[in-house]
Ligand binder design. Structure first.
Ligand SMILES: Cc1ncc(COP(=O)(O)O)c(C=O)c1O
Length: 428
């Protein structure tokens, strides 16, 4: 039996209709910006393996540091116990985070980092016997697949079976260019209620919603509005953190700093699962009490796993080297040159870019975004050229590991252009 056949017999894959989708590609090796399959075919990882990979696959320094940690302390419980990698990582994250952040709560993925943030915000109020249970979130957002994450995310085909089970959220429009005032007005209306616990958002870029981008200045205004009404602000930096948007955090572009920041994905360089939720001191203080009922009763078996923390520390070491930031800048410049070249293409509705992310919104006759049939065609087209790009409906995007070379970027851009030419000629 081939690996794919054994896979089909035993495995259930995420986001996959297993009855109709093709067999998965069996990956046997990763190296730098590449994957290799069993036949030795090479693929460029154009989306950093679901936005996690930063320094490339099997980076020797990360591998060495993780291996050392595995030989020292692989895992320990984290209630009543602590360890150097978790403490050191919290210290180093706080050095990088906006200055108002003062504590790190660990979990093990992006959804849990969000879940923790939401629960912190709800309990912040309940610990003070204040009844605030509503959340404001953007339409079209994505914050993970747990029930809290789904509740604050866009209501769409992915969470339809659970629609009645999700908690009520006030969704306001995304402040797209030219429509900022609509969002500011919607926020003002929402804030007239006195039961708003928090406002959660993906800062500057809505990832899964199609790499939708909006300005830092309008987000500053929204955070200011919330602050004036004592509403806790939560930046979900699960995708945008660790250099993706050109700065270390998207929040670095903001004047108004969020009260809580969720991190995951790139935190370990894409090597180990880890989630972290940072909060300002005033949030933490609301949980300090003689009354045990004010404790934050949340935790996961793998909270602050030392091996994952050591991967994150090693990744931060690589961030301390000038070449990581140079690479981030270089990718941003290359993306921007390609954006200028391609922006008037007939097949495009829009092309947008921030930092290392470039997204191409393709014209399509279908009205559905998420289940757009263009998506499968796009994946096949690029896979046949040895490029891994998985579109979000009709939005094709490149979000590479920072070690990708200019030649590989050029190869991807050429393939994108070829795809757009094909799309334009088939629709005319
Ligand atoms: C902004 C954002 N939040 C949360 C998540 C959920 O992260 P995870 O897939 O690690 O649960 C994602 C994943 O794509 C994300 O993009």
């Amino acid at each position: 039996m081939t690996l794919q056949e054994r896979d089909q017999n035993a495995v259930w894959h995420p986001f996959t209709q297993l009855k109709t989708s093709p067999l998965p590609i069996a990956v046997v090796k990763g190296e730098g910006a590449y994957f290799y399959d069993g036949e030795g075919k090479r693929y460029i990882d154009g989306i950093a393996s679901w936005w996690v990979n930063i320094h490339g696959h099997c980076h020797p320094y990360l591998t060495k540091k993780i291996s050392e940690q595995l030989h020292t302390l692989e895992h320990t419980l984290f209630s009543g116990f602590t360890h150097e990698p978790a403490v050191r990582l919290a210290e180093r994250l706080l050095e990088r985070l906006p200055v108002n952040q003062s504590k790190i709560f660990y979990s093990d993925n992006g959804s849990t980092a969000v879940e923790v943030a939401l629960k912190m915000a709800f309990q912040y109020w309940s610990n003070q016997s204040i009844q605030k249970t509503k959340v404001i979130a953007f339409e079209n957002g994505y914050h993970g697949d747990t029930f809290g994450g789904m509740s604050v995310g866009a209501r769409n085909a992915f969470n339809l079976p659970f629609a009645e089970l999700l908690f009520d959220v006030i969704h306001i429009p995304v402040p797209l260019k030219g429509k900022e005032q609509d969002t500011l007005n919607a926020m003002q209306t929402a804030l007239q209620r006195d039961d708003i616990a928090s406002f959660i958002f993906e800062p500057l870029v809505q990832g899964a919603g199609g790499m939708v981008m909006y300005s830092a200045s309008v987000l500053d205004e929204l955070i200011e509005q919330c602050r004036a009404k004592n509403v806790i602000t939560i930046a979900d930096e699960v995708m945008t953190g660790f250099g993706r948007t050109g700065d270390f955090f998207a929040s670095d572009f903001l004047e108004q700093k969020p009260d809580i920041i969720c991190m995951s994905k790139g935190i370990t360089g894409g090597v180990m699962p880890l989630g972290a939720t940072a909060c300002a001191q005033f949030i933490y203080d609301a949980f300090l009490s003689e009354d045990k009922m004010k404790t934050f009763f949340h935790g996961h078996s793998y909270t602050a796993n030392p091996t994952a923390c050591s991967a994150a520390l090693a990744s931060l070491d690589l961030f301390d080297l000038p070449e990581t930031l140079d690479n981030i800048r270089r990718i941003g410049q290359q993306h921007n040159l390609f954006l200028q070249k391609i922006k008037s293409h007939k097949a495009l509705i829009e092309v947008r870019q921030l930092g290392t992310i470039i997204a191409f919104e393709i014209k399509t006759s279908e009205r559905t975004h998420y289940l757009n049939s263009l998506a499968e065609h796009i994946s096949d087209f690029f896979i046949s050229r040895g490029i891994i790009l998985r579109p979000l409906g009709n939005v094709l995007y490149i979000l590479p590991p920072y070690c990708i070379s200019n030649e590989d970027l050029e190869y991807i851009y050429n393939a994108v252009e070829e795809f757009l030419n094909e799309a334009a000629s088939s629709s005319s």
